[in-house]
Design a protein around this ligand. Structure first.
Ligand SMILES: NC(=O)c1ccc[n+]([C@@H]2O[C@H](COP(=O)([O-])OP(=O)(O)OC[C@H]3O[C@@H](n4cnc5c(N)ncnc54)[C@H](OP(=O)(O)O)[C@@H]3O)[C@@H](O)[C@H]2O)c1
Length: 176
């Protein structure tokens, strides 16, 4: 299974502006276009429960695109799940990847947030990272990775300037 992590941050490394979970308030249209093109290309999308809550309004469920929400409280979401489109799971990242590979999926898009990113990185399960850096400074906010001490080594593959203000899209591969 090829796992791609995708995140957007400010220049000072914040993935939210303070406690506001809505990243669409500050992400550039160019990044949004890029992000939605990735969503379009991927049929298996994994996220944390808090990320799901934050982006519920913009998620458009579709056939043949499975979104998996990681939560330790699956029961709470039983009514929201839709077969083949929206699942709630408390599996470990390793078990989830194993199960999804068994179901024929070859790639997974990991869309955050920091807690879930940390769980996957800790187990060395991420292959590549797209990181958009918006030319903004927030001072406080969430981090790309939360709750783990890591020593993950990356290799920069490409740098793309997405617009005139200087939104930068970085692509890394992760040494495994
Ligand atoms: N800038 C970006 O690119 C970007 C991307 C994504 C998200 N965000 C922002 O980041 C924020 C969320 O980040 P976050 O790190 O706090 O949360 P998160 O990673 O989205 O989700 C954390 C949740 O995952 C569940 N979880 C934790 N450990 C687990 C485990 N071992 N097994 C299964 N589930 C587990 C827990 O849900 P339960 O409490 O239900 O168990 C926990 O609350 C949001 O504000 C969102 O807008 C930003």
């Amino acid at each position: 299974m090829n796992v791609t992590m995708v995140m957007i941050s400010s220049v000072d490394g914040k993935t939210t502006r303070g406690n506001n979970p809505n990243v669409y308030l500050w992400s550039s249209p160019e990044d949004q276009r890029f992000f939605f093109s990735l969503i379009k290309k991927n049929n298996l999308i994994v996220m944390g429960r808090e990320t799901y809550e934050a982006s519920k309004k913009v998620i458009r469920l579709e056939e043949k695109k499975l979104r998996i929400l990681l939560t330790r409280n699956q029961k709470k979401y039983l009514k929201e799940s839709i077969d083949g489109q929206l699942e709630f799971s408390n599996e470990s990242p390793k078990n989830l990847i194993k199960r999804m590979s068994g179901s024929g999926y070859k790639k997974m898009l990991l869309v955050g947030g920091g807690t879930i990113n940390g769980l996957f990185l800790k187990q060395n399960l991420v292959d590549e990272l797209y990181l958009t850096v918006e030319p903004k400074i927030f001072g406080t906010g969430k981090d790309i990775v939360a709750g783990q001490l890591l020593n993950t080594k990356l290799k920069l593959i490409s740098v793309k300037k997405l617009n005139k203000t200087g939104t930068i899209l970085l692509k890394y591969v992760i040494n495994k």
